[in-house]
Design a protein around this ligand. Structure first.
Ligand code: HEM
Length: 476
């Protein structure tokens, strides 16, 4: 839909000028700084020029954001860079009619306690293996790189279930996914990477075929087992305990377990191309985000050793002699959770969101015309001084029950909002809490001397040259 309502749009405060806005963003030192400047100058609702959007309005006030909370459409142009990875339509911009049932299946797997518990043991193993490798090395650790890979291994287990059971197969999947992503990010940010575009493109294409075939194999196994179960059920009472029934159930219980994403999507009747796309998109959405959330938290803890000590004491109280928590322990790690929340306020892994409105929308004193891109400046919302006094200060107590009471719910939106918010939010919290509990219990983190950490806004909020830490064992 073409934007209309020129007069109403012009009545929204914002800068003048021509062009697509890129020069203003660059001059401000990035989109986040630009948002901070715009909102400081023009107030909580600002019209501005955003590359890829004909007209855009940014809203940095949590109460005013409520007016947008039911909008169920993303602007296609801003997300078209993901289209080449998808066979069955761009999942980020699916119509609401297709998105709603797809989201329901995703939530049934990603948000459910039962499936979190089913995968928790494997998450613990992966995390403790990483901690062992760190303990055995004297080199500074590149947190982002290691923790993004750990998150990717976790989501592989979650998405593919038995399809990523062996470490070799999981390793192949992780490296294929990285080939795809490297190529994608290089195109998006024109990064200077080894090899020619053509070489990287060919490698990425091969990797994509491998990943899709892997999903197909898991799907085929799932369907085979379904048929076997139907056969068994069809045999009635004559078959219980037979070798046929026993084999099918023993070898493939995890494949038929709806705690795996693929199984749940297949059971819900989603077509194979959509399932392949979903697995790829979930891996993409899940791994850098969770990886940087944990990395930024450890970065903040290194700068606030007294907070790190308090987290370590809480973990020791809850765990006793055990190296890792059980799933049920997580809800007792209340201070650790507050630290993670405060870290995602200061360094939101996904710093922006966007919607497109199909009808005029009243927001505070303004009418925003249909067709406008609504921009969610998540990072600036988290620094709004009206709701976060001294917003730049790291203070986990902000998330205590007492301080949270009365704060508008959209003052804190690391996972976005409304019908397109992050389906992986609950899973990400489980993963991040577990990993932090294991690592903070075991190590003290200190920034490697001379290493400077510079946040850059990429697909996620990334540290330009990683976050390099020296580790020492923590004796409690
Ligand atoms: C700390 C970790 C994570 C953060 C901060 C995060 C943040 C976000 C944000 C800001 C969005 C956009 C929401 C919006 O437009 O309102 C999003 C979307 C999404 N995230 Fe996450 N995410 C994280 C981890 C995960 C994980 C672990 C998964 C899956 C296992 C996941 C799956 C998704 C999906 C599928 C979407 C697209 C939502 C849709 O279009 O319906 N994310 N995430």
């Amino acid at each position: 839909m073409k934007p209309g309502g020129g007069d109403t749009f012009a009545s929204i405060p914002g800068p003048g000028g021509a062009g697509d806005g890129l020069a203003d963003i660059v001059a401000a030192g990035g989109l986040h700084n630009y948002q901070l400047t715009l909102h400081a100058k023009y107030g909580p609702v600002v019209r501005f020029r955003l590359p890829g959007a004909e007209t855009a309005v940014s809203i940095a006030d949590p109460v005013l954001l409520e007016a947008t909370a039911k909008v169920d459409k993303r602007p296609e142009k801003l997300f078209e860079f993901l289209a080449p990875l998808q066979e069955s339509d761009n999942l980020q911009t699916l119509s609401a009619a297709e998105h709603t049932p797809w989201r329901r299946v995703l939530l049934s797997v990603l948000a459910g306690r039962r499936s979190h518990e089913a995968h928790f043991g494997q998450f613990v193993t992966l995390t403790c293996d990483l901690a062992d490798r760190w303990a055995a090395s004297d080199e500074p650790v590149a947190l982002q790189q290691h923790l993004s890979e750990l998150s990717l291994r976790m989501i592989c287990d979650y998405a593919l279930g038995a399809g990523a059971d062996s470490p070799e197969q999981a390793g192949r999947i992780v490296s294929a996914f990285e080939d795809v992503l490297t190529d994608q990010l290089a195109r998006l940010y024109q990064a200077d990477l080894p090899g020619t575009d053509a070489e990287r493109g060919a490698r990425a294409q091969q990797a994509l075929v491998f990943l899709r075939t892997t999903v197909d194999d898991v799907l085929a196994a799932h369907q085979k087992v379904d048929v076997a179960h139907q056969d068994v059920a069809g045999q009635g009472a004559a078959w219980p305990g037979s070798a046929h029934q026993g084999d099918a159930r023993r070898t493939d219980t995890r494949r038929t377990d709806s705690s795996d994403l693929i199984s749940a999507l297949a059971t819900a009747g989603q077509p194979p191309a959509r399932i392949r796309d979903t697995v790829l998109m979930t891996m993409l959405a899940a791994h850098h985000t969770t990886g940087v959330a944990i990395s930024w938290t450890l970065y903040l803890l290194a700068q606030h050793p007294e907070v790190a000590d308090r987290v370590a004491e809480e973990v020791a109280d809850v765990l006793g002699n055990r190296p890792a928590p059980d799933y049920a322990d997580l809800k007792r790690l209340t201070y650790l959770k507050m630290v993670l929340e405060e870290s995602m306020r200061l360094y939101p892994p996904g710093p922006y969101g966007a919607r497109e409105i199909s009808e005029d929308l009243r927001v505070g004193d303004y009418t925003i015309p249909a067709g406008t891109t609504i921009f969610y400046p998540i990072w600036a919302v988290h620094l709004n001084p009206e709701y976060w006094p001294q917003p730049e200060v790291f203070r986990p107590e902000r998330f205590s029950a007492a301080e949270s009471a009365g704060r508008p719910r959209l003052a804190y939106i690391p996972f976005g909002l409304g019908p397109r918010s992050c389906e992986g939010a609950a899973l990400a919290m489980v993963e991040a809490q577990l990993v932090l509990a294991v690592l903070v219990r075991r190590f003290r983190f200190e920034l490697a001397p001379g290493h400077s950490v510079v946040p850059v806004e990429r697909f996620v909020l990334w540290a330009a040259d990683d976050i390099r830490m020296n580790l020492t064992s923590r004796v409690i």
